[in-house]
Structure formats: C-alpha cells, structure tokens
Ligand binder design. Structure first.
Ligand code: HEM
Length: 450
C-alpha cells in the first residue's frame, strides 16, 4: 500500500491547515462556515434542527397557505420501527443472501472493485427502502441512483448541475413517478404490505404528509443508501486486502460462527469483525463533508449564521483530529477494545453516521451489512486485487479506494460460509446490466472515468 499521490483527489487538502489554525471553525469566503470541530458541530447541528418541522407542501406554497405541520421526527420514528424488524434474524438472512447473489453473479469477472461494492450494497439495500417493484420500475430507480453514484465516484469536476441535463432530469422525474405510483398503490391496499421504509409512509403518514412530502421522504431514503453504505463496503474490501493480518483474524473468528448465530445475535458474537468495521468507518468516512443551511439564526463558536447561510460539517475531519484521536492516521481496530489507550477521547468524536437529531436511521443495519460482507469475503469469496502494491484511498466526496480493480473468486469449500438457505440463483439480470458499464472491466485495464 502506498500513501496518496499528490494528484489524487483530496477535498480537504486546502482546509486542514486553516482548520488547525482556527481550532476547527472558520469561514471559507463569506458564505460557508466550516464547522470541523466535532463538539461545535454537534452543538450547531442540534441548535439548527431543534425544530424538525418539514417544509410546507408545494401546493400550499403556491396557494399561499400553510400545510398541516408534520415533524420529520414522525417519519424517522416510523422508519426506526421498520428497521428494527428489517435488522432481525430473517431480515439479516435475506440481506446476506442478496449480497451473496450479486457477488456470485460477478465471480470471475474483471471488475472495478469499488463500483462492485456499490452494486452489492445498493441492490441488496433497495428492497429495504422500496420492495416489490416491477423490473421496469426498479430499473428506473437504479438508473437514477447510478447518476448520483457516478458523480460521487468521480474526482471533483465542474459538471453541469443535474437540473441542467435533460437526460438526467428525465430519469429523476420518471423515478419520482415510480415512487408516487407505488405510494398510491400501497395507500389503496392494492399491494401486499411490505416491511420496507415506504410502507409506513404510504399506509400511515400519506394523509398528513401529502404526496409531495411523502415522495420526498422515500426519495431521501433512496439517496441515503446510494453512497455511504457502498463506500463503506468498498473500504471494507480495501482494508481486507491492505491489512491481511486483519483478514486472518476475521477469518479465524468467522470459522467458529454460523451464519444463523450472526443473524440472531448481531455484532455481539463477532467482536473482532465489529471492531474492524468501526475502524474502517473511522478511517475512511463517507460522506467527507455535509452541507447544511441554517434554518434559524444560530451562533457557532462565536460566529453568527443567518437563515439560509451554509455551514459544512466533516465526519472525516472529526475522525482524524489529533486532539481527540491518538495516532489518527493509523488503522488500528484494537483502539475499540475497552480501555485502549488509542481509543476515542469521547463518544461525540465518532460520527460516521452524522449528528443528532438527523443522524442515520440505518446505522445498525449498515454496520451489520458491513460485518456480513466481511464474513462473505472471509469464508465464501476471495478478493484478488490486480495491483495490491499501489492501493490507496482518496478523500473524494466519499472515501474512494484508487487503482482497486481485480476479481472476486469463489473459495474452495465455499459452502462453509454461504448464507443460511443460500441458493445461488441469478439476481435480476436487468439490474446487473445497468451496473455493467461501471462495474465490468472486461479484459481491459482499469478505466479512468475522470
Ligand atoms: C455503513 C453504512 C451507512 C453510513 C456510513 C451512513 C451514513 C449516513 C450519514 C453520514 C447520514 C447523514 C446524517 C446527518 O444528516 O447528520 C445518513 C443519513 C441517513 N441514512 Fe445512512 N448510512 C449508512 C447506512 C444506511 C442504511 C442501511 C440506511 C437505510 C436502509 C440509511 C438511511 C439513512 C437515512 C434515511 C438518512 C437520513 C436521516 C435524516 O435525514 O433524518 N443509511 N447516513
């Protein structure tokens, strides 16, 4: 593994020095307050989102009247209930099977491994957000997600904004229509109830939210699974290759564990894998920065922000702040052992899932998905990187392993680690074809999509 090259993307390159000089809170130009100090970030975010009332509906804005107020907390509470169910034994078994199926279908191909991680992650999480779509509707949702993912995966560029590209705009609109139709169908009870995040929006909250806010909620969940979970999967894969001694420790742990035990007890029965995933999430955090606008006048470490002005948070900066992390640049899963000298100086300095009160609702499921993926790679599949010596991770919009192409192959005696009840069926081939241009490299060397 090499350190990053000077030409590698690094969104934070120009910001680290001013941040250290200013104690983590400073203006970039007149419009953006950088709030990199994790304690200031927690306070600013809590103050800004103390009132989580959703914006009025478009139709009411046009008619100059106010909508029924709905708190975003209501949506989050409904989702947390569904996610508890989806993170239970059968939910995890199904998620594990979906991940294994996508990997199985790609086994032996020369692939862009970070893109494969996004494919595995998005396709296996899609039914958690919206399940039971027809192949045609699912394809529209995937196409829309691919546009967003492609922007995240490329070095920063001055692409036209989404709304100025007719093709992208048309895909986004058609994906919106798919969600709208599904919400209506479920609200009229014309579809079987599904334990996904769309269900409570359609069957419990649609009347109070109205269609546009309901659609916005489901679209927000789809955006949330198109990025950070796939980036985490890519960095888990990177760490398994770059730190073979850790891959061995995980393999030893999984050798004594059945899939069923893992589904039943979660991370408790796999403490080494849990520490490994926590450290991957600290070391290579996604997204690198979160931009938020002030909903109300707030003061952040002595700086005043007016309504509409932007502030930027960075979980990445929080996780590499030497004031709070001994040896922050060292990948050391054992820092998560109770009482470790290299552990965090406070829980508020570890924020891979963002800040309250809008922190990720899928943190538990996302962590478990990463642990299950570790297990698949330590028991069933093997990652064969083409250039292990030149691997490194760039600080792009998400943490992005570079020069990471290769193959996934099946281990001999693969059955030992297959998900319980796994039948290597063919996952929807149409969905796979949509990912092909990004994932599959054929016999060519790794393509540069900059
Ligand atoms: C390891 C995987 C994941 C990571 C690193 C991650 C990270 C994040 C981050 C940083 C945020 C922004 C929080 C903020 O605004 O302060 C977020 C929000 C969100 N995430 Fe995740 N996430 C992951 C997995 C998931 C999964 C599996 C789901 C659902 C199935 C999910 C659903 C959401 C939703 C709905 C939000 C919006 C929350 C809100 O605005 O109130 N995430 N996530």
């Amino acid at each position: 593994m090499t350190t990053s090259a000077p030409r590698d993307p690094d969104l934070l390159r120009e910001l680290r020095e001013p941040s250290a000089a200013a104690g983590g809170v400073f203006w970039r130009g007149n419009h953006q307050l950088m709030v990199f100090d994790p304690d200031a970030a927690a306070t600013a975010h809590a103050d800004n989102f103390a009132d989580l009332t959703m914006p009025d509906r478009l139709v009411d804005l046009l008619r100059r009247r106010t909508s029924t107020p709905v708190s975003w907390k209501t949506v989050r509470t409904a989702w947390l209930g569904q996610l508890r169910q989806l993170s239970g034994e059968s939910g995890l078994a199904a998620l594990d099977s979906r991940m294994a199926e996508v990997l199985h279908a790609r086994a032996g191909q020369h692939v862009d491994l970070p893109w494969l991680a996004h494919e595995v992650s998005f396709r296996s999480l899609l039914p958690v957000v919206i399940d039971g779509l027809s192949a045609r509707d699912e394809a529209l949702i995937i196409e829309d997600a691919l546009i967003k993912l492609n922007r995240l995966m490329r070095p920063p560029s001055d692409d036209a904004p989404l709304w100025r590209s007719p093709r992208r705009l048309s895909i986004a609109l058609r994906a919106g229509l798919v969600i709208r139709r599904e919400l209506r169908r479920r609200a009229r009870r014309r579809a079987l109830p599904r334990p996904d995040l769309t269900e409570p929006i359609a069957t419990e909250l649609l009347d109070s939210l109205g269609m546009d806010r309901a659609l916005h909620s489901v679209a927000a969940a789809l955006t949330a699974i198109a990025g950070p979970p796939g980036a985490t999967a890519a960095n888990v894969m990177y760490a398994l290759v770059a730190y073979p001694q850790w891959a061995q420790r995980l393999t030893a742990e999984f050798a004594g564990l059945s899939a069923e035990e893992l589904y039943r007890t979660g991370t408790r029965c796999a403490p080494v894998a849990h520490r490994f995933v926590k450290e991957v999430l600290r070391m290579w955090t996604s997204p690198t920065m979160l931009t938020r606008s002030a909903r109300t006048p707030i003061r952040v470490a002595g700086h005043a922000l007016d309504v509409g002005q932007h502030y930027i948070l960075s979980p990445t900066m929080a996780h590499h702040d030497p004031r709070h992390w001994p040896d922050p640049e060292v990948f050391d899963p054992d820092r998560w052992l109770p009482g470790a000298a290299t552990g965090p100086t406070g829980g508020q300095h570890y924020v891979p899932f963002g800040w309250a009160p809008t922190a990720c609702v899928g943190a538990g499921l996302g962590t478990m998905a990463a642990v299950l993926l570790c297990r698949l790679f330590c028991t069933t599949f093997r990652i064969e990187a083409s250039h292990p010596e030149s691997l490194r991770v760039a600080v792009a919009a998400i943490a992005l392993p570079l020069d990471f192409d290769g193959r996934i192959t099946l281990r001999e005696r693969a059955n030992a680690g297959q998900p319980a009840g796994f039948d290597p069926g063919v996952p929807d081939p149409a969905a796979g074809r949509l990912f092909d241009p990004y994932v599959s490299l054929g016999d060519s060397p790794r393509r540069d999509r900059a």
